[in-house]
Design a protein around this ligand. Structure first.
Ligand SMILES: [Zn+2]
Length: 198
């Protein structure tokens, strides 16, 4: 199997801190993917060759079975390939169901998912890994076991990074300039930039 490609075009691989990692606990649900912090309109590319298995509403009021109107409307593109189905979430898709894509080909661009800047990154690619044959993402509610079709994409992302010790986001070294929707209102709730002063 050839080495997968980092899904954010031109970005030096950056892994999230705890809140963005796979299986992180949220208020009602457990995190189903890995959040790769990036900038608005950044290009998202296929990690591997594959076929587009689905393009689905992913966050926002337009998700029929589990609407989340407190988030912006975004989509997910599901691509079936050698590692399973990779879901590229919180994007504006530019591919259609049934389309073949090659590794490195653009599948969409990043949309801001969160509406307020709270001192943490608010723009990201949400990346999931699903078992082959899976046609849709699902919610992982707290206090339930991991859905059977859901896998941890971290090892795949580590291979794609090509690094033994890839960079990890550190809120203490974050200056609040990147990973942010410049048009969004601000309501700082997190301490960030502690280590930038020294
Ligand atoms: Zn996420």
């Amino acid at each position: 199997m050839s080495k997968p490609i980092w899904p954010l075009l031109g970005q030096t691989p950056l892994f999230p801190d705890a809140p963005g990692q796979f299986a992180a606990l949220r208020t009602h649900e457990t995190h189903t993917g890995v959040d790769l912090y990036c900038d608005v309109a950044q290009s998202v590319v296929a990690m591997e060759d594959g076929v587009v298995a689905n393009v689905e509403p992913f966050t926002g009021a337009h998700v029929v079975d589990a609407p989340s109107p407190w988030w912006n409307n975004t989509w997910a593109v599901l691509v079936e390939g050698p590692s399973g189905v990779i879901a590229y979430g919180e994007i504006q898709p530019c591919v259609a169901i049934g389309q073949c894509v090659v590794a490195g080909e653009r599948v969409g661009t990043i949309l801001p998912v969160l509406r307020t800047f709270k001192g943490r990154p608010m723009v990201m690619l949400h990346l999931e890994l699903l078992r082959s044959g899976t046609l849709a993402t699902t919610t992982w509610w707290n206090d339930t076991t991991r859905p059977d079709h859901l896998l941890d994409p971290t090892p795949l992302l580590r291979r794609a990074s090509g690094e033994l010790f890839p960079r990890t986001f550190d809120l203490g070294h974050y200056d609040g300039r990147r990973f942010r929707d410049a048009l969004a209102p601000t309501n700082i709730r997190y301490r960030f930039g502690d280590k930038l002063q020294r």
